[in-house]
Design a protein around this ligand. Structure first.
Ligand code: PEP
Ligand code: MN
Length: 355
């Protein structure tokens, strides 16, 4: 679906990268909201975030202060001049937030997964002109993410933006949510006009990771960052381990290196020509490999052999990973490529078997 989007940059907000949205995970008390907002405003942050309704994984956690907190956001606007943003998950949230003069809405990861919920929000926004940011769904499903933009677009919303907050995984190692950067990169390719924010707080789950994730996002040409910032992070009622004070936020933002050069030097274009050639060779070799594998398929069919020969496949994986390592390719990378190639070989041989 072709979308003609309008800029989400509000008057008075610098359009230079990164556009920064910051504020606590949750609005807890009026004092906490205002103190954090004052700290952020003093550092030049122009857009404040705070969760009013919190989708928690389990009941019993802090589920948000609710509509009462909207009055505090109003105070933030009046006192600091910042724009304010919050998460909406139902039509009632939308109505309440609009009534309170919230400037930017976002759809949370647990809502984007559900087309019914997204449609309800889209319907509630018909005829309203407000920027809406959509977090990626918790599962790595780009089409579902794009579907949410389409629903909002069809409801007349033209100021859209994406927030990459990483993807849930069973196997949590370094990150709370796996970044899977190729997904927002593919989103950029599919919807080039759509601004993309990175949420290093939720990807990392730990405050130490915010700086490096933010830098990575900048190096991947993301437009903005949405960072959780709290006046007293350790005492936060939700997501305490991933929040930073306004001072630390300012420090981290000042360390970012923004590489904005678009001009390609002669050197770069020469290197790109080399890459083009290598890619062509890679494709030719892949095609050759598939031709051989189809011949094997014909042989297997004639001799009544099953397609999948597990010992052979394991041997390939093992030998090639070792070979790759000697060539300074990471074993995971080699394994992934071989798995993809093997899958395609199997698919081709299936066609032959069923001919
Ligand atoms: C949040 O922004 O506080 C939040 C709940 O995030 P997510 O929807 O990404 O989990
Ligand atoms: Mn949070």
């Amino acid at each position: 679906m072709k979308m003609e989007l309008e800029s989400i940059i509000l008057p008075g907000v610098d359009s230079q990268r990164p556009i920064v949205i910051a504020g606590p995970c949750s609005a807890e008390t009026e004092e906490q909201v205002l103190e954090t907002a004052r700290g952020l405003a003093a550092k030049g942050v122009k857009i404040f975030r705070a969760g009013i309704w919190k989708p928690r994984t389990k009941p019993g956690g802090f589920e948000g202060i609710g509509a009462e907190g909207l009055a505090w956001l109003k105070k933030v606007k009046e006192e600091t001049g910042m724009y304010v943003s919050t998460e909406v998950a139902t039509k009632d949230h939308v109505f309440e937030a609009l009534k309170a003069g919230v400037d930017i809405l976002w759809v949370g990861a647990r809502t984007t997964v559900n087309p019914f919920a997204v449609q309800e929000i889209a319907d509630a926004l018909k005829g309203v002109d407000i920027p809406v940011l959509v977090k990626n769904p918790v599962n790595p499903d780009l089409e579902l993410w794009i579907g949410a933009f389409e629903r909002l677009y069809n409801a007349g919303i033209r100021r859209l933006g994406a927030i990459h907050r990483g993807f849930s995984s069973y196997d949590k190692k370094i990150y709370r949510n796996l970044p899977l950067w190729h997904i927002p990169i593919e989103l950029r390719r599919r919807l080039p006009e759509l601004p993309i924010f990175c949420d290093p707080s939720h990807i990392g789950g730990r405050r130490e990771l915010i700086a490096s994730l933010s830098q990575q996002a900048m190096d991947l040409s993301f437009d903005g960052l949405i960072v959780e910032s709290h006046c007293d992070p350790d005492c936060a009622w939700s997501d305490a381990s991933q929040q930073i004070t306004p001072d630390v936020l300012d420090y981290v933002m000042n360390l970012l290196v923004i590489r904005d050069a678009v001009q390609t030097t002669e050197n770069l274009s020469e290197l790109r020509r080399q890459i083009d050639q290598v890619d062509e060779q890679v494709l030719e070799l892949l095609a050759k490999r598939m031709r051989i594998s189809k011949e094997i398929g014909i042989y297997k069919k004639e001799h009544n052999m099953p397609i999948l020969q597990s010992p052979r496949y394991s041997e390939i994986l093992e030998k090639r990973s070792k070979m790759g390592e000697q060539m300074e390719l990471s074993p995971e990378f080699v394994k992934e490529i071989l798995q993809e190639i093997h899958e395609e070989s199997v698919r081709q041989q299936m066609i032959i078997m069923n001919e």
